[in-house]
Every structure is written in C-alpha cells, then in structure tokens.
Design a protein. Structure first.
Length: 233
C-alpha cells in the first residue's frame, strides 16, 4: 500500500449552518512531509481530528493505511493538537514516563536527548515553562514515537524564531523515511524548506494539492507567495 491517508468525498458538518469539510478527496503517500495550509476556518484542524479518530465524518470516508480511524490506527498515528492538553502539574520526566507507558513505539532516550539539547529541565513542572517551551515539550513527545503518520497542528506557532530551525530539524530528523508528516501552520515561510507537498484548503474544500517542486517550477513562485496570491493575504 502506497497511501497513508485517503479521503473520499469526506464531509464534516457541525450543524446545518456549519460545514467544515465539503467533499474532500485526498491521497497522501507514505514518506512525505506535507503542509496543510489554509486560512482560519478552512477545515485544517477538522481534517486532522478526523484522521486521528477524534471526530466522525458526516459522510464520505477517511482511511489511515487503508483503515478507518479507530483502535487499529492508534498505533500508527502520532498526534500533536493545537492546544495545551498535557497535565501541567507533571514534571517533564514524568510526561516522558507517561508516554513510555502509553505507547510501545515511544523512545524515551530520544526524548531526553532533545530535551537536553533545548535546555529544558527534566524536573521542571510543565506549568512553570514558557508557552514556547511547553510547545517544544509537546512536539518532542510526539516526535519521539516511531509512528507511520505524524499529525502536527500548529507545531511552531508559539516558538521563538531562533528555535524554529531546530524544531524543524527535529521534525525531519526524527521520523522514519517511510513515514509521513502532515503539518498545519500559518508560518508557511518557516516550514517551506522541509515540505515535499502542500495541500491548500479553502472553504472546506481542496483548492490544490501539489508537489512543492512542481509548484515552484510551474507558478514561478514560492509556496508562501502562492498561498498569498490564492488567499490574497
């Protein structure tokens, strides 16, 4: 199987007046780093939550490695949500222990190595850390799993610019080359150097799904410039 994520006519309605995704067709292969791009309200977080099994489609289908999201896909997917979700009373090393207990594919040695590199104290309680350092801890925990699909919702939104290069290096150097990373972000210029593909969502629909190299060659512009042109940002 070459596809890690497949969507067929995927639709998600929250109520009769709110359609978050409208007939989305997507085919994402293994071994890719993909930017999930679009303005607020375009459906990015909804798509990620559907892929993680946190929401159910209204109609259509979504599959991870050929399976509907659920217990069988939990071992394949590492999910980083766009909001604080870890218990903030725990120490960083306790969080590493929690992930070690929860996930058979979690590598605590890798997590501690990255924490030490970023000078985040193992004994610090999460609540005492800055917003940027909390996000680093969350990303490190997500990327220390040997998953097949990483779903990262705004992984660098609160991180200072000086740390973003390291965070992106962490993403591209800590996943198996046959795995896929999907990053949702507004900081397109920062993540563009690591992207293989870009999915552009507009009003809950796929406006474009293109290889970054092909986009640059045919449009003569960067992914960031193309995004601004499409959405007039």
């Amino acid at each position: 199987m070459s596809e890690i994520l497949t969507c067929e006519a995927l639709t998600k309605c929250y109520d009769k007046d709110k359609t978050a995704l409208d007939g989305v067709d997507l085919h994402v292969n293994f071994g890719r780093i993909v930017g999930l791009l679009g303005p607020n309200g375009s459906g990015k977080t909804t798509l990620i939550k559907l892929a993680n099994g946190l929401l159910q489609p209204t109609s259509g289908s979504i599959k991870v490695a050929g399976m509907a999201p659920g217990p069988d896909t939990k071992a394949l997917v590492s999910y980083l949500p766009d909001a604080d979700w870890l218990p903030d009373w725990m120490q960083v090393e306790q969080l590493v222990g929690m992930f070690t207990d929860f996930y058979a594919d979690f590598d605590p040695a890798k997590a501690f190595e990255m924490l030490d590199t970023l000078h985040i104290a193992r004994t610090a309680k999460l609540r005492t850390l800055s917003k940027g350092n909390k996000e680093k801890v969350q990303l490190i925990l997500a990327m220390s799993r040997a998953a097949r699909l990483y779903l990262l919702d705004e992984p660098i939104g609160g991180v200072d610019p000086a740390a973003r290069d390291y965070i992106l290096h962490t993403i591209i150097s800590n996943y198996s080359k046959d795995a896929t990373v999907i990053l949702s972000t507004h900081l397109i210029g920062d993540i563009e150097p690591v992207l293989d593909e870009a999915i552009f969502l507009k009003d809950g629909r796929v406006f474009a799904h293109r290889s970054v190299e092909e986009l640059r060659e045919t449009e003569g512009m960067s992914v960031d410039a193309y995004f601004r042109e499409v959405f007039k940002c």
